[in-house]
Design a protein around this ligand. Structure first.
Ligand SMILES: Cc1ncc(COP(=O)(O)O)c(C=O)c1O
Length: 395
């Protein structure tokens, strides 16, 4: 009999009932160190007092009002994002997938309004992930996500990650945009070198196409800058955001320049919930922390410490791990053991990690993780690796 919850997830047998900072408490009382943060969502950890206050204060007053009316919290959050980034304008969504949908629509409408409606094709990259909607799976293009869901939304081309020649060859008179994650998340924590992002920007400028960045996972302070593309000193035309911006409350956004957004006039897009008062009150509180340069300095310091300790962990367990990669607090342990075995051994050692493609175990802790918790993380990951080593010893 089919379960009452549609069985699309393979879930671990864990039932968390409470979160405190970087910790998750299981129903049986065990305390797990959370290096997953809801897959890069709980940017300020669990139950951060400023977020709890923002949410509960707002909940006392007004939960929801339609976008038919002014929403001051939405305006405030848009102003914060515009002040802190390349963007001139913001549309609020509830998730990364919805941000992808709008980014695709915005690109198409841009060229339509410019009198070049044939420009509909978006070039994306192998190993990418942009969400589970029809546009999201067509954009990512991997068979794992698209199989059985055809016919796919047309208008996407795919090239290999880092394959410059294929990219050049894929551009034609119908190319509308390039869509890329500055650091691939699901694809296995693969950061795009700054030089490549700069090169992409130049290529888009030369060919007159839009650059769309998906910062759903790598944005909002995760790499030690407010947005990951800032490391390369470039700006996109359109950017997808979600996850960390709501700190655990469903919230996403599409940020754009005035020019890129010029096709999106009244009535061309909308959302019942997107940008509602609860979400935006929390989003404002997240931004007040994450956009603070001192906070970002702290993220970089913590990231440096974690990475250094992870290098030691890898060296201590050469049969389990191969190396560390990533950017800021978006790190991947490349495994020699099967990554899911490492994640499962982590559950036994009461530490939460997240698998990704290319046999990677992702570490995406709250950006607020303390130095003590970083040390504890290494102790627990070491225990997980030791479990696997003793399992594989001949008896
Ligand atoms: C880079 C990227 N884009 C888009 C998405 C989809 O976001 P959501 O699950 O909020 O719809 C994700 C989710 O993991 C993501 O990592």
């Amino acid at each position: 009999m089919i379960p009452s919850v549609l069985p699309t997830y393979s879930r671990a047998n864990l039932h968390f009932v409470k979160g405190e900072g970087s910790w998750l408490i299981e129903a049986d009382g065990r305390r797990f160190l959370d290096l997953g943060a809801g897959i890069a969502v709980n940017a300020l950890g669990h139950a951060h007092p400023a977020l709890v206050k923002a949410l509960t204060d707002q909940a006392q007053n007004l939960w929801h009002v339609s976008n038919l009316y002014e929403i001051p919290q939405q305006q405030a959050l848009a102003d914060k994002l515009v002040d802190a980034t390349f963007a001139d304008t913001v549309f609020f969504t509830n998730s990364g997938t919805e941000s992808c949908e709008l980014a695709v629509k915005m690109v198409r409408k841009y060229w339509y309004e410019k009198g070049q409606p044939e420009k509909t094709e978006i070039i994306a990259f192998d190993g990418s992930f942009h969400g589970r909607s029809s546009a999201g799976i067509a954009a990512a293009g991997s068979e794992k996500m698209t199989k059985g869901f055809g016919p796919l939304l047309p208008g996407f081309a795919h090239v290999g990650w880092g394959d410059h020649e294929a990219l050049q060859a894929a551009i034609n008179e119908n190319t509308a945009a390039i869509l890329i994650e500055p650091v691939q998340g699901e694809g296995g924590i693969r950061p795009l070198p700054d030089q490549c992002l700069k090169g992409l920007r130049e290529l888009c400028n030369t060919k007159g196409i839009l650059l769309v960045l998906d910062e759903v996972q790598c944005g909002v302070g995760r790499t030690g800058r407010l947005f990951a593309h800032e490391w390369a000193g470039i700006t996109p035309d359109i950017m997808m955001v979600a996850k960390g911006i709501g700190g655990g409350f469903p919230l996403g956004a599409v940020l754009a320049t005035e020019d890129a957004a010029s096709g999106m006039t009244a009535g061309t897009h909308g959302s019942t919930y997107g940008g509602n008062p609860l979400a935006c009150a929390v989003g404002c509180a997240v931004m007040d922390h994450v956009a603070d340069p001192e906070f970002l300095d702290g993220v970089n310091a913590r990231a440096g410490l974690l990475r250094q300790k992870l290098e030691g962990l890898v060296a201590a367990h050469p049969d389990i791990f191969e190396g560390v990669r990533g950017s800021g607090l978006m790190l991947g342990l490349k495994c020699k053991a099967t990554n899911m075995d490492v994640v499962n051994a982590g559950y036994s050692a009461e530490v939460i990690t997240v698998p990704a493609a290319d046999n990677i175990v992702r570490l995406l802790p709250p950006l607020t993780i303390t130095e003590d918790d970083i040390s504890e993380a290494i102790t627990r990951l070491d225990a997980a690796a030791t479990i696997l080593e003793s399992n594989s010893k001949p008896t």
